[in-house]
Design a protein. Structure first.
Length: 247
């Protein structure tokens, strides 16, 4: 199978290296990843600047762009043949529920799906080392055929692994949870008159919903969430808008 690996932690991150180690002996692996960390960049793309691409090794490229840029560059011609599957990750930390809106890891998988290639985003549920990248990479290697069969241009798979015990963990099909962010703004007034703002706060929590990705990962299981690639309004929302007139 011909695979494209990317991420938002940068081409030299341990997560993507674990995937290369697990996959390259049996598959044709291409890596196109940001030259530096792009966490939290969501689905931004570069439109007005040139994207520098640098050869790191055979089939390995760094890109001065976002995760979505990396996928576009690869699929539009940097990789000379058809890619069978895009794998984004393995992310250093979870991408659960509403995190998907901010995640560059998820955005790369979404971009692959939008371009007609089955795609999956992989993240581990630990906020600091040690990360079980080896267990997550082995899971990916065992399930490539399923990823490719399930993936469509309509959705991608968002997979989150528990902080530990991935090799023994069961898998559950989940839905994205509603995350609770308690963000704080810290400011600094510099001598030159400018104000510098820093956004921080406690780690996000989640509404305790049975079957959600957050709950499943907190129970030590592997969460697999199908995520629609295209913006859409669900029928329940559309129903409430019927008969409403705007002026």
């Amino acid at each position: 199978m011909r695979l494209l690996l990317t991420n938002d932690d940068g081409i030299h991150s341990d997560g993507i290296q674990a995937l290369v180690t697990a996959l390259e002996s049996a598959h044709e692996v291409w890596v196109v990843a940001p030259e530096a960390e792009k966490s939290g960049g969501s689905h931004s793309i570069t439109l007005r600047d040139a994207l520098r691409v640098r050869t790191i090794a055979r089939r390995r490229y760094s890109c001065r762009g976002t995760p979505a840029d990396c996928v576009m560059v690869a699929l539009l011609g940097l990789v000379p043949r058809q890619i069978d599957l895009v794998i984004s990750g393995i992310n250093h930390g979870p991408n659960l529920g509403t995190d998907i809106l901010y995640s560059g890891t998820a955005a790369a998988a979404r971009q692959g799906a939008l371009m007609g290639v089955p795609s999956v985003a992989l993240s581990v549920g630990a906020y600091r080392a040690p990360y079980d990248f080896a267990g997550a990479a082995e899971f990916a290697a065992r399930n490539l055929d399923s990823f490719r069969t399930l993936g469509t241009d309509d959705h991608f798979l968002n997979i989150n692994f528990p902080a530990a015990g991935t090799r023994e963990a069961e898998t559950v099909i989940t839905f994205p949870s509603r995350r609770i962010y308690r963000m704080e703004l810290h400011t600094y007034d510099s001598p030159d008159g400018d104000m510098y703002c820093f956004v921080g706060g406690a780690l996000p929590e989640a509404h305790p919903e049975e079957g959600s990705d957050c709950m499943v990962v907190s129970q030590g299981r592997i969460s697999i969430s199908p995520i629609h690639a295209h913006p859409r309004n669900w029928a329940t929302i559309e129903e409430s808008y019927r008969g409403v007139k705007f002026r």
